[in-house]
Design a protein around this ligand. Structure first.
Ligand code: FAD
Length: 389
């Protein structure tokens, strides 16, 4: 019989609208034609042409694509998820560039910014002419950002920011940083042009994961900003958390893109590879692995689409996003590791995407709320008890 693709077999396309499919296929073609041939090289050299990529992604219409107005495409949340899936089928680093730009930096300005901040930044960011980053995590505060030490003090009409942020995607290539800092009124967000004196963003080197992505420290050494730099509409941790929730939603789909690419690669490899005089894919143990992995991929896809429809209906609870982020990153990394076994030694090279995806997914498991934190979110939702401390 003619073999089917894992998600084709599940028939999940029947749950998508024509617009969703058109957007997905456009992004898929871009990733296949323009990005995939370059990825092994970028990964090995740990460098990406971020500026050119941002411009291409802007032309593709995926930067802030689910936001309305200010040059953004204004698609459904589900279509945004599907785009994330295709980008991450290329590389989690590519999807991270888009998530941080659209769901963290642009969303923060779009949701909480002044009209002046929106006009200044959003159209350029949507076009990929300006790159954004989002500085929440600090060297000593990751899962517990409320303890952050970065401080913004009022000085006359100005604000003066001091502190350090860590693990910031796009940091060294950003034109604008959305930085969260403690103030006398609680945590507030600041729109910081990266050429402001006192701002620097040294790149973090020697990463074994997300090598095709820029990750940086942000150093804020008495960065002086006008009062118009503060995000006016939000005080407290709910500001940054509202943005993280958007990016997490993209990861629910994105992680499955990496898993799908691994599984398709492993099935093709197993069909081609003869062992003991027949294809590796014709052995029962291999088929059991493939069947189990395609089940998890398909179930993850159904969950992602369900959450996408809830989000489009405006009824998605942020704790439900935790269900998707926890399940789909955890299953994606398990799929990547199992696929690697099917390729044997060839699985450890950059000739195939599997080890690259597996390594990337280590970061995806940790950022945007670690798996443990999402377990605690779900645990609290189901028991009523907060167990963070
Ligand atoms: P910690 O918080 O120190 O956690 C260490 C371990 O303790 C984890 O296993 C965690 O789950 C566990 N743990 C924490 N709390 C509990 C608890 N209550 N009970 C049990 N276990 C617990 N941040 C940004 O602000 N912007 C970015 O653009 C960004 N990009 C990133 C890119 C990459 C490649 C990476 C790796 C990280 C990025 N981050 C970014 C940071 C990321 O959000 C943090 O790494 C994450 O929040 C976890 O924080 P941490 O690394 O300090 O780990």
């Amino acid at each position: 019989t003619t073999p089917q693709s894992p998600l084709g077999f599940f028939g999940t396309d029947s749950l998508l609208g024509e617009d969703d499919i058109a957007i997905r296929d456009t992004v898929r073609k871009y990733v296949e034609d323009k990005v995939k041939p370059q990825l092994a090289g970028w990964y090995e050299s740990a460098s990406i042409p971020a500026r050119e990529l941002a411009k291409e992604l802007g032309d593709l219409g995926v930067l802030g694509m689910h936001l309305e107005g200010y040059g953004c495409t204004g698609t459904s949340a589900t279509a945004y998820g599907l785009a994330c899936m295709e980008l991450e089928a290329g590389d989690s680093g590519l999807r991270s560039l888009v998530s941080v730009q659209g769901s963290l930096a642009m969303f923060a300005i779009w949701k909480h910014g002044s009209e002046e901040q929106k006009q200044e930044w959003l159209p350029r960011m949507a076009a990929g002419d300006a790159i954004g980053c989002f500085g929440l995590t600090e060297p000593d505060f990751g899962s517990n950002p409320s303890g952050m030490r970065t401080r913004a003090k009022k000085d006359g009409d100005d604000w003066v920011l001091s502190g350090n942020k860590m693990w910031i995607t796009n940091g060294s290539v950003a034109d604008v940083a959305v930085v969260w800092a403690q103030t006398d009124e609680g945590i507030r967000g600041f729109v910081v042009p990266t050429d402001t004196p006192g701002f620097s963003a040294p790149e973090i080197k020697q990463k074994m994961s997300l090598r095709a992505s820029v990750t940086s420290e942000l150093v804020l050494d008495n960065v002086r900003l006008p009062d118009s730099a503060v995000l006016p509409d939000v005080t407290g941790l709910s500001g940054p958390l509202s943005c993280l929730n958007e990016a997490r939603f993209g990861i629910v789909f994105g992680a499955l893109g990496a898993a799908r690419d691994c599984l398709e690669t492993a099935i093709a490899y197993a069909n081609d590879r003869d062992i003991f005089d027949k294809p590796l894919s014709a052995f029962q143990l291999t088929q059991a692995k493939i069947a189990d992995m395609s089940l998890e991929l398909g179930k993850g896809m159904l969950l992602a689409l369900h959450l996408g429809r809830l989000k489009d209906a405006g009824t998605l609870d942020h704790r439900q996003v935790s269900l998707g982020k926890l399940n789909n990153t955890r299953e994606a990394i398990a799929i990547a590791r199992e696929c690697r076994t099917i390729l044997g030694a060839a699985g450890i090279t950059l000739e195939y995407p599997i080890m690259r995806h597996a390594n990337n997914l280590e970061s995806v498991l940790t950022y945007e709320g670690t798996s443990e934190v999402h377990q605690l979110v779900i645990g609290q939702a189901l028991t009523g008890h907060a167990a963070y401390r």
